[in-house]
Design a protein around this ligand. Structure first.
Ligand code: SAM
Ligand code: SF4
Length: 361
């Protein structure tokens, strides 16, 4: 086993070294996580940026095998928040000094939806005096749509690659034009080309996934020059096709510990990007997001979806905070951050310096 410090110091990010580091547990893992936490404090300080998350609709035209709100899940109770409620959520984020908003939903690309988002972006910008940053997470769209939404005020876009291994991707999606790995990659490129701060990420602990796949994912993120990353453990949902492979899964604890190592390694590989502490981590460990922050994450996405609808955006089972109001989440988060020596970067967009470094070149 090679020395952790030596690998990190020399930046020898080979597949073999990454595989070894992903497998670390116990005291050796602690060393890795501390190293990454220190790297974040040194490069970015102790601020954690808030993005108020509005999951405004669970209507989806796709059928990803892992997702609880996939089109074919007849048990999902569908909802679509009215524009007023989305604008209220944006105002809530602005008034609570969150700095940014993330608009997320199931995937639709019809003209009515595209126009509606365009209008909403303009209204949110107007209502918040252009001060609230807007991130979109609305799946695969045409290059023209990405450009249009960018012009209307969105400046960050999140589209997870889910896995960078084409073969594994194929096992997780139906075999049709709506679910092609190549299309996902093309969309990510189009997002970057449209001028967005570009975010992607993967799920960790998928059936059939190995440390080698995950090591490849880390190298993919670095090669793609991403500005922001959201990674989380895969969590099974009984109304999805992937549930039939649940006996192949690592234990939730294994998925969680591996996710921590993924966050830590990525922080060491890319000190100037933004990394989110994701809700799925909290679903496995009540202190999951705090642990991710201590391992190098610097963004948190408090859920500000109206709480009566939140329980219907069930991507996986035991999704946390589905019964709390946005206000509860806001208070409980600040206290949780203080407990680990971090402070909220209130009223700041908290942009990724990586974006400016990469676009200046
Ligand atoms: N529809 C858009 C898309 O797919 O990009 C945005 C919303 S989608 C629900 C956001 C992310 O949820 C996906 O990229 C996926 O990584 C994650 N997700 C879906 N099902 C999940 C599961 N069972 N466990 C963990 N994460 C899941
Ligand atoms: Fe739809 Fe996104 Fe879920 Fe896939 S992951 S089914 S695109 S909401």
């Amino acid at each position: 086993m090679k020395d952790i410090f030596q690998i990190v110091e020399s930046g020898s990010w080979s597949i073999e070294n990454l595989e070894q580091l992903l497998a670390l547990r116990g005291d050796e893992q602690k060393k890795l996580l501390t190293l990454a936490g220190d790297c974040l404090l040194k490069s970015r300080g102790n601020e954690v940026y808030y993005r108020g998350l509005v999951e405004f609709s669970n209507i989806c035209t796709k059928d990803c095998f892992y997702c609880g709100i996939r089109k074919s899940n007849k048990n999902a109770e569908r909802y679509d928040l009215p524009d007023d409620a989305i604008l209220d959520a944006a105002t809530f984020a602005y008034e609570h000094h969150y700095g940014s908003l993330v608009m997320q939903s199931g995937e639709r690309d019809d003209p009515v939806f595209v126009d509606r988002i365009d209008q909403l972006l303009r209204k949110i910008k107007e209502k918040t005096n252009g001060r609230l940053g807007i991130t979109l997470s609305l799946g695969e769209q045409t290059p023209e749509t990405y450009r249009r939404w960018f012009k209307s005020g969105a400046h960050r876009y999140l589209l997870r690659i889910e896995t960078s291994d084409e073969e594994l991707y194929r096992q997780l999606h139906p075999d049709n034009e709506k679910h092609r790995f190549r299309k996902r990659l093309d969309c990510l490129k189009a997002i970057q080309d449209a001028g967005y701060q570009t975010g992607t990420g993967v799920m960790i602990g998928l059936p059939g996934q190995t440390f080698k796949h995950l090591a490849g994912d880390l190298l993919f993120l670095k090669d793609f020059d991403v500005d922001m990353v959201g990674m989380g453990p895969y969590i099974e949902h009984e109304d999805t096709p992937l549930y039939s492979r649940r006996l192949e899964l690592w234990t939730p604890l294994e998925r969680f510990l591996t996710t921590l190592n993924m966050v830590a390694l990525l922080r060491l590989m890319m000190p100037d990007i933004n990394i989110a502490a994701t809700t799925a981590m909290q679903a496995i460990d009540p202190m999951g997001r705090e642990k991710a922050i201590q391992a190098g994450a610097n963004v948190i996405m408090p859920n500000i979806t109206p709480s009566n609808l939140r329980r219907n955006y069930l991507l996986y089972q035991n999704k946390p905070c589905t019964d709390e109001g946005a206000e509860d989440c806001s208070n409980c988060l600040s206290i949780r951050l203080e407990m680990i020596g971090r402070r909220p970067g209130f009223d700041k967009w908290g942009d990724s310096p990586h974006f400016f470094n990469r676009t200046r070149e």
